[in-house]
Ligand binder design. Structure first.
Ligand code: 2HA
Ligand code: ZN
Length: 285
């Protein structure tokens, strides 16, 4: 092993940033990614940690189940498109203290900085997802995918309305997110309120739309989390194109509720029945 950039978790993290940039989801400093490392990954990275870690910084939030954890995080104000060029200046590894309320930088952000402005939000959501998935979820990813944002101007801002349109936009969507997608109304980014509102959605869903802003997803690994963001955005793209082409009218035909039930059965996934049984006269698909 020649350096920390050869550690698979760090490489995969950087690849995910580059993939999101490639798809146009990270204009300027938009979006952020955090990953809760395994013990083995921490051991692989430890030889490259700073001799003197940074100062402990209180987050203003607290999570019992994240005491002593290590996270890879994008830097606040940093551009995801620069991660590939200069990872050491744009991302960092932070350690959480034994009280579960502060972080300190142990690697990265060599030219200064701190973890993403959404770190308290990511942290609280890691806590929820770690609990509800019994430790499986490790990735929290926030991006600004344009078609998801566009749909937030058109659809009622509810999990039912969004999920049904997304499920009906592409056949295999209901297999990728059978539990549905939550929706958070417009809120000021980076604060405690949006963190709390997102956590409430993440109790039930592994994805939450942020109205007029973007999408927040979680997953057990980089591929799954990225795949979830990608699938939701692709579905939103199809929905937007279809609605535009059709002048906002009800479509001639669509994937029916019975079709979705049949897919769920064939693929062996448990669909969110509340969403499947939801009805509204406003539905266009
Ligand atoms: O990190 O996207 O929501 C920049 C953002 C905040
Ligand atoms: Zn954002």
């Amino acid at each position: 092993m020649s350096g920390i950039l050869d550690v698979k978790a760090v490489r995969d993290y950087m690849r995910m940033c580059a993939d999101g940039v490639g798809l146009g989801w990270h204009e300027r400093n938009g979006g952020n990614l955090t990953y809760r490392m395994t013990e083995e990954e921490v051991a692989q990275c430890r030889p490259f940690f700073r001799e003197e870690p940074g100062e402990w910084t209180a987050m203003g939030v607290w999570a019992d189940n994240l005491k002593g954890e290590y996270f890879i995080s994008t830097g606040s104000g940093k551009y995801l498109r620069n991660v590939e060029l200069e990872p050491q200046n744009n991302i960092c590894i932070v350690e959480i203290n034994q009280a579960g309320d502060s972080w300190r930088i142990v690697w990265g952000l060599e030219s200064g900085g701190k973890p993403t402005s959404e770190f308290p939000s990511h942290f609280m959501n890691h806590s929820v997802r770690k609990r509800v998935t019994e430790g499986k979820n490790r990735v929290i990813y926030h991006a600004h995918p344009p078609y998801v944002v566009a749909l937030t101007y058109l659809l009622p801002l509810t999990a039912e309305a969004f999920t049904r349109v997304l499920w009906k936009s592409e056949t295999e969507c209901c297999v990728v997110f059978p539990g549905g997608v939550g929706v958070v109304p417009w809120m000021v980014p980076g604060g405690a309120d949006i963190a709390e509102a997102t956590c409430a959605e993440m109790e039930k869903y592994d994805a939450a739309v942020w109205a007029f802003h973007g999408l927040f997803v979680s997953g057990p690994d980089f591929d799954t989390a990225f795949g979830l963001m990608h699938t939701i955005e692709k579905a939103a793209q199809i929905a937007c194109i279809t609605l535009s082409a059709n002048g906002g009218k009800k479509t001639r035909q669509c994937i029916t509720d019975d079709n979705i039930r049949a897919i769920g059965k064939e693929f062996g996934v448990t669909l969110n029945e509340e969403i499947l049984n939801y009805r509204s006269d406003e539905e266009l698909f």
